[in-house]
Design a protein around this ligand. Structure first.
Ligand code: C5P
Length: 283
């Protein structure tokens, strides 16, 4: 079975506080885009779990979130794992704030479940996903959703009106645990208006959503990293983006456009910076 694992963007991201379990309570609007990894699952007769990717530095063992997801699925089903080859063709940048690894895990959960006759419900898959990573439940669901708690309390939202998305991942990566640790000591100067963005989604108002996009992790970046993210956001806005923000713990920054021409112009200008650039659409 071949499935696509879509990248996610944070239209808003707010950190509400630290929890007794060490995680943070979040409130954020998540959105799937058509930038995707392709995952192939194939049963094997040797009875082993094998995972491989096109990126040599990613784990090819049980540390890979896709492997963990498959093992958790068998565990939840209460039967011993069958032999499975998982092959992942990565297109989503790694350590970029776009939930690439979580999306691969979610895609494996959905695909394995389908191969095994839809044994578990979407809700059950999301619950298994939460054991693999905080973003996995959302990735099981996909689309436009409000995520709260650790990121696993999900409320589906009306879809973001059709638009173009231009993304740029600078050449450096960010450690998610390190940035979460830092956010506790940062005085947040600005918070996103997630409630207003939800109301704008309900009204089908793309401009209203784009105007309200903000991610508190931008304030926790070291100065030189923040200025690179700001350079990208400035180019996006100058080219006509309706709004621009960083996704997850970064460093990918993105802009929403209602004009394909403006989006393509932004893409060209961002190609002159070092980093990876993409033109995408929402899913
Ligand atoms: O759940 P996941 O393994 O994806 O989280 C990676 C790290 O991000 C956690 O170890 C934790 O440091 C941080 N995190 C957090 N609060 C969340 C989600 C993640 O502190 N809600």
């Amino acid at each position: 079975m071949e499935v696509r694992a879509y990248a996610k963007l944070n239209l808003t991201l707010d950190v509400l506080g630290k929890r007794p379990d060490g995680y943070h309570d979040l409130r954020m609007i998540m959105q799937s885009i058509d930038l995707a990894d392709t995952i192939t699952l194939e049963e094997n007769s040797i009875g082993a779990l094998q995972v491989r990717t096109n990126l040599h530095f990613l784990p090819d063992n049980e540390k890979n979130l896709a492997s963990q997801a498959s093992l958790r699925w068998w565990e939840a089903k209460g039967v011993p794992p069958r032999g499975l080859n998982i092959s992942i063709d990565k297109k989503i940048p790694v350590c970029a704030g776009m939930a690439g690894g979580s999306s691969d895990a979610a895609a494996v959960l959905r695909a394995l479940n389908q191969m095994e006759g839809d044994a578990l419900s979407l809700r059950e898959l999301a619950k298994i996903g939460a054991q693999v990573g905080s973003d996995v439940p959302y990735c099981v669901l996909g689309g436009t959703a409000l995520a709260e708690g650790r990121g696993d309390l999900l409320t589906p939202l009306p879809p973001l009106p059709k638009c173009w998305v231009v993304l740029c991942k600078p050449e450096f990566s960010i450690s998610t645990p390190a940035l979460f640790a830092k956010i506790d000591s940062v005085r947040l100067r600005c918070r996103p208006d997630t409630q207003g963005a939800v109301a704008a989604l309900e009204a089908g108002d793309l401009h209203g959503v784009a105007r309200r996009m903000y991610n508190v992790f931008e304030d926790a970046l070291p100065d030189h990293r923040r200025s690179r993210v700001n350079d990208i956001k400035n180019i996006l806005i100058q080219c006509g983006a309706l709004g621009a923000s960083m996704s997850g713990t970064g460093p990918t920054a993105f802009g929403l456009f209602d004009s394909e021409g403006c989006a393509r112009e932004a893409l060209e200008q961002l190609r002159d910076l070092s980093g990876e650039v993409f033109l995408s659409q929402t899913v």
